[in-house]
Design a protein around this ligand. Sequence first.
Ligand code: FAD
Length: 372
Amino acid sequence: MTHRTSPPDEFTHWLAGLRSWAAKCQRDADLWRPAAAQGLLSLAVPESAGGSGAGYEAACLALETFAEESGLSGLPFAMAAQMWACQEPLLEFGSSTQRDRYLTPLLTGTAVGAFAATEYDSGSDLLSLRTRADRDEGGRWRLNGAKTFVTNGPTADVFVVLARTAEGSALSGLTAFLVPRGTPGLQVGMVTDKTGLRGAEVSSLHMDDCLLDDSDVLGGPGGGFAVLMHAMRHERAFILAPTLGLMARALREAVEHARSRSQFGHPLASYDTIRRRLVRMHVSLTSARELLHATARRADADTLDHGRSSLTKLHVSTEFNRFCQELPDVYGGYALLPETGVAALLADAVASRYYSGTSDMQMKIIAERLGL
Ligand SMILES: Cc1cc2nc3c(=O)[nH]c(=O)nc-3n(C[C@H](O)[C@H](O)[C@H](O)COP(=O)(O)OP(=O)(O)OC[C@H]3O[C@@H](n4cnc5c(N)ncnc54)[C@H](O)[C@@H]3O)c2cc1C
């Protein structure tokens, strides 16, 4: 694998440490800081900005390993959401003051970050968002509106909030704000009950006359679209990295189940239908992993574009769903028992078609790249 600065031996050693630590993790609760202390959040951040400079492929492999060894899906997803939608924009657009105030604590896990763009009426049609920030007489920004589906919302210390600051084109009419928890007028909603991604908490966010300064603007007034695109370019490419680990774990367990359970006097693994299912799952996992890692190497080489990110999100989520179509049939009725983890993985697979932009929206982006 390619590493930007870390020597491979050092990274391999570090990954082995992460693997044995993760194998002892059994539930998502109270693990954010310990996981951050392992160095998980800082791999894709250059040393000059306080990270370890190991690069994107190393970061993806670490998230994959964490999920595979722990079997946790929610926490790695929530950490990935922060890495790609909060840390990356702070790295790219943050002033040195903003980086010191927010990025440094995000990397060490002493603070949690959330990205709030989606609204009830603006999901796929995100650019129609209605949250507004207007200048008041004193020159401060007055932020009003409501967001939904905010990953890490319940625990976040800082929110990257996308708001409309001018009418007309989204290219110049949107602005991103860094809104600290505790800002008067900012109200975090209850944890949204959901199936899938257990352990990743999502909530709504309400802003009622939150007063902000120019120093709270990320990427400059009118720079919100660029912040959004930068976040999505990374999130779409890498948000599914932990899923590769979950698929690998599920495949290992399914093979074990097929070898150990017998029907009609023979192991399930001896029946061609079961063997083919497991082979198809292996093919799905391999092609998803190969593509995501190749995409990460592009990011390490600074050549990642939006089309490639959408293609990666679409392909990995599609293969994840294919994988999960085969999985229950290896288990039969046992697929319904929580201890097999099959139903939980299925719910995660469904969710993967929607977050970071739905599969239809990724296809729309790819179609445009094809000149359609
Ligand atoms: C687990 C989870 C975590 C999330 N975390 C965050 C977060 O941290 N921050 C954040 O801002 N958002 C977050 N989101 C929101 C996510 O980005 C949206 O769910 C997503 O963009 C889709 O919007 P929607 O759910 O409103 O679906 P809708 O836009 O209502 O779409 C419903 C269906 O209609 C289809 N559709 C819509 N328009 C068209 C069209 N023009 N042509 C064809 N088909 C169309 C869609 O593809 C989809 O299949 C999260 C979502 C989930 C599920």
